[in-house]
Write a protein that binds this ligand. Structure first.
Ligand SMILES: *Cc1c(COP(=O)(O)O)cnc(C)c1O
Length: 389
């Protein structure tokens, strides 16, 4: 069966029919994320069509499934990896070391040495100590400096923890050179799930100002890394991928004339819409006869894959076989014995009033940041080891 996607049709809640056919024909005895590889390919092509000359470095943490990495290698994607395990995964699936960047600004020294040994030559940094680690363990490597993003219109901002300010960035470029590294450029991240391309403007304006200051200071920068932020459809309107990416690139080219190399790091925007989670209702209840609130408990929750419901920031789309029945609001919660395991309460979810235990619930567009958060190894960092003595 071949699926044909209109290049730019994914901003609507069109159910990818290959997924639906697969899901409908099977039963599942635990919450299961089903990914459609052809949908990933379609999304890669749609993003690439808009990004043009920019290289796509897929942000592996969004979904590191072996088959997804292998497919993206076939399509010519490059990769943004954050840890030794993520780099190893990319190389194992056939990625060339030249196409894998070590984009985490917080790296273990021994992992830098290991990566350098594997042939990885491009590293991110936002602090002096990080540059010192890179210089000591990957002497002569290329580095880009990550800038802090002050204003984010994203639904899942990545501000504060990552990046440095302009003055420090300029100092770090000098310092990198003094350490014998090759400071090649700068990076930023507008924040994940930035729904409209126009929302990039303030960040790009600020970055262009810093970029120019670096050029004025004599730095020969030839790499601009525009990070991720490309959105997925979660119910609120988003720009379609090709148009979105093209508009971002247009804004980039206008503000950064003649940059030799541009790279983009879509994660969510690449894989979210290619996945659906098959879940099940465990219980529906009210807390008293007078309780206005109906509770619906699923077999998946905040600690088993739906971590991005934190703060109700990402609002997933739910679908059941009873959606033609009368609908009503409910508080939606996960199954674990932790009272923080409530998915949506401030803004209740509308689900069929006839819903009952055992019913299947599809959670749409959940291909990004779900399996990794439920795994014991998010972002390739090993889980807490347990030793009993
Ligand atoms: C997580 C991450 C991305 C991917 O972000 P999305 O919003 O999912 O596209 C890209 N770059 C870096 C450095 C990241 O940490």
């Amino acid at each position: 069966m071949t699926l044909h996607f209109a290049q730019d049709a994914s901003s609507f809640a069109v159910a990818p029919s290959r997924l639906d056919a697969y899901v409908a024909s099977r039963s599942f005895d635990q919450p299961t994320l089903v990914m459609d590889l052809d949908r990933v390919s379609a999304q890669y092509r749609a993003l690439k069509a808009g990004l043009g000359r920019a290289d796509i470095h897929y942000a592996v943490k969004a979904n590191p499934a072996r088959q997804i990495i292998a497919r993206l290698v076939d399509l010519g994607s490059h990769f943004d990896a954050a840890s030794k395990a993520e780099i190893a995964q990319c190389l194992a699936e056939g990625a060339s070391p030249a196409d894998v960047s070590f984009g985490n600004t917080i790296k273990r020294a021994s992992d830098i040495a290991w990566a350098w040994d594997q042939g990885i030559t491009l590293f991110a940094a936002d602090a002096e100590e990080e540059l010192e680690k890179i210089a000591a363990n990957a002497p002569g490597a290329s580095v880009y400096i990550r800038l802090i993003v002050e204003v984010s219109h994203a639904d899942w901002p990545l501000t504060r923890k990552f990046g440095c300010d302009k003055d420090m960035a300029l100092r770090l470029l000098d310092y990198a050179k003094a350490l014998g590294l090759r400071p090649v450029g700068m990076s930023f991240h507008v924040g994940s799930q930035t729904r409209q391309a126009a929302m990039w403007a303030p960040t790009l304006d600020a970055m262009a100002h810093i970029w120019q200051a670096a050029l004025d200071a004599g730095h020969m920068l030839d790499l601009l890394n525009i990070g991720g932020g490309f959105p997925a459809f979660y119910g609120e309107e988003i720009d379609a991928p090709t148009a979105y990416a093209a508009q971002v690139m247009q804004m980039v080219e206008a503000r950064f004339p003649n940059v030799a190399n541009i790279m983009a790091e879509p994660g969510r925007g690449m894989v979210a819409e290619a996945g659906v989670i098959v879940a099940e209702v465990m219980l529906t209840s009210r807390k008293s006869d007078r309780d206005m609130h109906r509770w619906v408990f699923l077999d998946i929750g905040r600690f088993s894959g739906l971590a991005e419901t934190e703060g109700e920031a990402i609002r997933y789309q739910f679908e059941t076989a009873r959606d033609a029945d009368p609908m009503g609001p409910c508080i939606l919660a996960g199954p674990s014995c932790d009272s923080a395991d409530v998915l949506y309460e401030k803004r209740p979810v509308s689900l069929p009033l006839s819903l009952k235990a055992g019913d299947r619930v599809l959670i749409r567009n959940t291909g990004a940041y779900t399996s990794t958060y439920s795994s014991v190894c998010f972002n390739g960092f090993p889980p807490l080891d347990v030793v009993v003595i």
